[in-house]
Design a binder for this molecule. Structure first.
Ligand code: LLP
Length: 406
């Protein structure tokens, strides 16, 4: 039977029920360690992109390991503060938000990452040089697992176009803005890791030309994880060697040891997460077999939204020799195929079907579609399994509905 740390998936399912998100906290620490080793020799700062998995306990674990936080909303910032972060440890990277939210973020004391010229202008008018800022630059590089998660190309909504550097500089001069950082994020799940180096070199050029007082360069994230058994994950050590070399050369020429920032989401939490489901029904149709599980696109939208592949195993019988080919489908009233044409050990009703690599953008993108409850979450850390979010109930579904006298 498949186990996570010292717990079989059947024991987890019987103790906590299904559907269930389970996270291996020690695996997260292992991933943090890999990044620290790869970029040793620089002044490295990791900022966990918490949109990937926003449970406060995961944030606390990051904090315990000296990892700061990247947030994209003031709501995420409030969660980070609840997790114990000081505002200066929180980088706020919003996209297209109302200025009122920017003001709220400034009042909270967050570090600001600005991504449009109009916003830069407003920040200049309102705060002048009293507010240190980072600029999100769109380097015009096409990379990322799919177009939907590619964010650094010319037609992407994110960042200030690198071609607008003279306009940026004009605004910076006009308000004497204090630019302390440059940022880029090319996209999630990149195929070519060297994209980080190409993008970094573009930021270095800007730094030399316009920004002599930087404190850090933020190279975003996008590291590839192994969704498919045959996927080549980002070779962190190899990438590290390349980045450390160009970064240290940059610092030497720049005349200052600036900090090197990354904002990993998937790399830190994807592999740590498993979605445990129960096989509700095994259906043999002419030409196609289905395993219907007690979950679906409401709990893991990635297969539907990005055509993403997630490895799926029969956790009750992972090594069984008798196998069959199935479509693993959800219980939502849509064609919510979680995995197509998967040959796995024969499934019987009640088996625990495990969807791997579900830690990042799993629960955080879950919904109540079909008025289904979102799953419970369990963290296994140092051999102890604890609930970190209760399963929802009918009360949660009804919470904000106002029933009129009709
Ligand atoms: N920094 C910025 C500015 C970002 O926009 C993102 C992700 C990250 C860091 C973290 O990237 P990661 O390490 O996770 O690749 N829901 C999609 C991914 C959307 C990513 C959004 N931004 C998915 O499930 O593939």
């Amino acid at each position: 039977m498949f186990s996570i740390q010292n717990y079989t998936v059947e024991s987890l399912a019987s103790q906590f029920g299904t559907p269930l998100y389970v996270y291996d906290g020690n695996k997260i620490e292992e991933q943090i360690g890999k990044m620290r080793t790869a970029f040793a020799g620089t002044n490295l700062k990791l900022k966990y992109a918490c949109k990937a998995l926003t449970n406060i306990n995961i944030m606390k674990l990051m904090r315990k390991n000296g990892v700061d936080i990247d947030v994209v909303s003031t709501q995420e910032a409030h969660l980070a503060i609840l997790a114990g972060y000081q505002p200066h440890q929180i980088q706020y990277t919003p996209s297209g938000v109302a200025f009122a939210e920017i003001q709220e973020a400034v009042a909270l004391g967050l570090r600001m990452n600005l991504d449009s010229l109009p916003l830069l202008e407003k920040v200049g008018q309102t705060y002048g040089n009293s507010l240190p800022v980072c600029l999100r630059i769109n380097p015009h590089i096409m990379e990322g697992g799919t177009l939907k998660i590619s964010t650094g190309h010319k037609d992407s909504k994110f960042g200030i176009s690198i071609e607008q550097a003279p306009e940026i500089y004009e605004i910076v001069q006009k308000y004497d803005l204090k630019v302390v950082g440059l940022h880029q994020h090319t996209g999630s799940d990149f195929k070519n890791a060297n994209v980080i180096i190409s993008a970094a070199e573009k930021l270095f050029d800007l730094a030399f030309k316009y920004f002599p007082n930087l404190e850090f360069i933020d190279l975003g994230s996008g590291f590839k994880v192994a969704y498919h058994e045959d996927d080549h994950i980002t070779d962190m050590d190899k990438l590290g060697k390349g980045v450390v070399k160009v970064f240290n050369e940059f610092c030497a020429q720049y005349g200052k040891e600036v900090e090197l920032w990354f904002e990993p989401g998937k790399f830190l939490v994807s592999e740590c997460g498993y979605l445990l489901t129960s096989a509700n029904v095994v259906k043999h149709n002419p030409g196609r077999n289905f395993v219907g599980v007690d979950s679906g696109l409401n709990h893991l939208i990635r297969p539907m939204m990005y055509d993403s592949y997630h490895e799926i195993i029969n956790g009750s019988n992972p090594d069984g020799e008798e196998k069959e080919k199935y479509d693993i489908v959800g219980y939502i009233c849509e064609t919510d195929t979680l995995g197509k044409d998967r040959t796995i050990p024969t499934v019987k009703e009640g088996d625990i079907i495990v969807i791997k690599n579900a830690g990042a953008y799993g629960f955080s993108m879950a919904s109540n579609y079909n008025s289904r409850f979102r799953p419970a979450e369990v963290l296994i850390y140092n051999g102890a399994a604890q609930v970190i979010r209760k399963r929802e109930t009918m009360e949660d579904i009804l919470k904000n509905q106002i029933v009129l006298d009709i």
